[in-house]
Design a protein around this ligand. Structure first.
Ligand SMILES: Cc1cc2nc3c(=O)[nH]c(=O)nc-3n(C[C@H](O)[C@H](O)[C@H](O)COP(=O)(O)OP(=O)(O)OC[C@H]3O[C@@H](n4cnc5c(N)ncnc54)[C@H](O)[C@@H]3O)c2cc1C
Length: 470
């Protein structure tokens, strides 16, 4: 088949590689000029771009992404590791408060792959550049669909600012701001069904490099994301001795507006001893980058049992976006690309069957995680709004179930809860495997009843506000 992919970032490039290797002729249309840089550091330096501001924000690659990459694109996995991505074991992520650190069956799946996102895209870009069957067209903006009219319309290609591109299948991998509904309306189609749930955070992120020879507070391949009373903070290891830091307050918390300034960002992190100890051993290699407008969104292309379009599928953030602190986005993206290849192989000549099968895949592989994210974020946001903005206290949690926040809290002291957190973030099985596990529920309740020490020493409000005034 001739396949036109709109967007040449993680979603578009991974879909293009998989589709080309399945025998399709793929054209990737990417509005930005993303010709792969000469090396990984040049790629990092070129990472900041308005169309995809998340590229310079901290990323980590979790279980589902790693497993699909190893199985379906092993050469890309190998290239990523040779480009400097570092694997970290579950044991290396255990907090000091966790007494039982013995290995358990299944730990081999709970690995973290630490890398800057710019490095992931650089590796994918280089792989796609050399791939027979992939025609990469940078600086080409998709502006609409070519389609046979009807209900639903049948996509036949893409209109671009460099002329029309005919295709048997169109893939929308244009990211979180996909204009798909506008394009469908222009060819007489119904809109997709988009569900949204608040994420409510703003991201202030910065990249660093470890000082050679410095004595580190913990292994460099670390990830510590902490939901404090008034904000979320995080550190992620990266490739090539880089580290990534984030300050993520409520988007509505205007006190944090100055955190875009390097000095204020640093001062805020220095109020928390764990992060201060990291700041002592590394130097910034970027300015602070700010990203707002973070939402949980889920798009379905089958509405009321009928596809809204034939011959067009979505991949990546055009399907679903979720709270970045959970690190699920690239797992969903790669899962979607792999599903697309399988669906086209199963139904090569039947666009209606393709649409229904893709929607079933979204229902199985994406929708449960979107729903889980919506519930987790609603609880966390309600608590932050109460503490920070003086909103009414959140309702008491449903005693019939445990929440992600509770499992994460108990994970500080209980090895089963600790592992459940990583399975939930790595998207292993289904969310209900954790929430409906009677043993886990009992352990979480017992630990909460006994009291769990706070994960980190936090700043007082006065300390925080002094840092914000720095
Ligand atoms: C702050 C933040 C942190 C994150 N951290 C993690 C993490 O730790 N782990 C994880 O797994 N996921 C993480 N994610 C999610 C991850 O970044 C996304 O899931 C991923 O970028 C999705 O890739 P994509 O290709 O679908 O979209 P994008 O990366 O947004 O790419 C879309 C591409 O389409 C192009 N484009 C747009 N419109 C057009 C057009 N009309 N014509 C041609 N080209 C077009 C854009 O230029 C862009 O290159 C994070 C997200 C955010 C916001």
């Amino acid at each position: 088949m001739r396949i036109a992919v709109i967007g040449g970032s993680a979603g578009g490039l991974s879909a293009a590689l998989l589709l080309a290797r399945a025998g399709h002729a793929v054209t990737v249309l990417e509005a930005d000029h993303l010709e792969p840089a000469v090396d990984v550091e040049a790629a990092a330096a070129a990472g900041l771009r308005a169309a995809a501001p998340q590229i310079v924000q901290p990323h980590v690659l979790l279980t589902t992404f790693q497993e699909i990459l190893r199985e379906r694109l092993p050469d890309v996995d190998a290239r990523l590791r040779s480009a400097g991505a570092v694997e970290a074991t579950l044991q290396s992520q255990m907090p000091p408060t966790l007494a039982d650190r013995s290995p358990a069956p299944g730990d081999e799946r709970l690995l973290l792959l630490m890398t800057r996102r710019q490095t992931v895209d650089w590796v994918l870009g280089r792989a796609a550049t050399g791939e027979p069957g992939v025609d990469l067209r940078y600086g080409v903006r998709a502006e609409g669909l070519l389609a046979d009219p009807g209900d639903p319309p049948r996509a036949r290609g893409v209109r671009t600012d460099h002329g029309d591109v005919a295709a048997d299948v169109v893939v929308d991998a244009s990211g979180r701001r996909s204009p798909l509904d506008r394009w469908l309306a222009a060819v007489g189609g119904r809109p997709t069904a988009v569900s949204t749930a608040e994420c409510g955070l703003a991201y202030f992120g910065r990249q660093y490099r470890l000082r050679g020879g410095a004595r580190l507070p913990a292994p460099a391949a670390t990830r510590v994301v902490a939901g404090l009373d008034e904000l979320t903070v995080g550190i992620w290891g990266g490739d090539n001795a880089t580290m990534q830091l984030v300050v993520a307050p409520l988007a509505a918390d205007r006190r944090f507006a100055p955190a875009r300034r390097d000095a204020v960002f640093t001062a805020v992190l220095r109020t928390i001893p764990l992060y201060a100890s990291w700041l002592d051993v590394m130097d910034p290699i970027t300015d602070v980058a700010v990203m707002g407008g973070l939402h949980n969104t889920l798009r379905r292309l089958v509405v009321d049992g009928r596809p809204v379009v034939l011959g067009l599928h979505t991949v990546g953030d055009a399907v679903c976006t979720t709270n970045p602190t959970f690190g699920r986005g690239l797992s969903m993206t790669l899962h979607g690309a792999a599903d697309l290849v399988d669906v086209l192989a199963a139904h090569p000549d039947d666009p209606g069957a393709q649409a229904l099968a893709m929607d079933r895949a979204v229902g199985e592989h994406v929708a449960p995680w979107f729903a889980d994210q919506a519930v987790s974020d609603a609880a966390r946001l309600a608590m932050l709004r109460h503490t920070v903005l003086g909103a009414p206290p959140p309702p008491a949690p449903d005693p019939a179930r445990v929440t992600f926040g509770q499992i994460r809290q108990v994970g500080q002291v209980d090895p089963a809860a600790f592992r459940a957190v990583w399975r939930l973030m790595g998207m292993i099985g289904r969310p209900s495997d954790a929430y409906d596990d009677p043993d886990l529920v009992a352990r979480v309740r017992a630990a909460l009843a006994a009291g769990v020490p706070p994960a980190l020493r936090q700043p007082t409000r006065a300390q925080l506000e002094a840092a914000l005034a720095a």
